[in-house]
Write a protein that binds this ligand. Structure first.
Ligand SMILES: [Zn+2]
Ligand SMILES: [Zn+2]
Length: 126
């Protein structure tokens, strides 16, 4: 990353911290103004850091994720351990309470890779 770009994103991060309450309220408004998805901003999401040598697993709420993405030019939430934005969202299996990788772009596999529980969710047809 270029030095000026890093400085700029640090400034954005500082602003984001100071304006967290505002950002949270804004994120909430943004999310709720979209078509209902049945997800709450307080819904817990799970992430895994892909950085070599880090591999941290962490979670945050949808509201926190939206706030984190607002000050981020790299499109992923930054890892709280190493600070790199090389993170991937994981899904939690409610059958075995283990996170698993999405397939493709945020898709869910048919079955949990750990316990084999079916993950196919019936989607309402339009
Ligand atoms: Zn990391
Ligand atoms: Zn499972």
């Amino acid at each position: 990353m270029k030095a000026w770009l890093r400085a700029a994103s640090l400034a954005v991060a500082a602003l984001a911290t100071q304006g967290m309450a505002f950002a949270g309220a804004y994120a909430y408004k943004t999310l709720t103004s979209q078509p209902a998805t049945g997800e709450e901003t307080s819904e817990k999401r799970y992430f895994h850091c892909l950085e070599t040598g880090c591999g941290a697993d962490f979670d945050m709420t949808t509201g926190q994720m939206v706030a984190a993405l607002k000050g981020n030019t790299e499109g992923s939430v930054p890892c709280p351990k190493c600070g790199k934005a090389l993170t991937q969202e994981r899904y939690m299996c409610d059958g075995c309470n283990t996170t698993y990788e999405p397939v493709g772009h945020g898709g869910r596999p048919d079955k949990c890779p750990h316990c084999g529980k079916s993950l196919i969710v019936a989607r309402p047809k339009r």
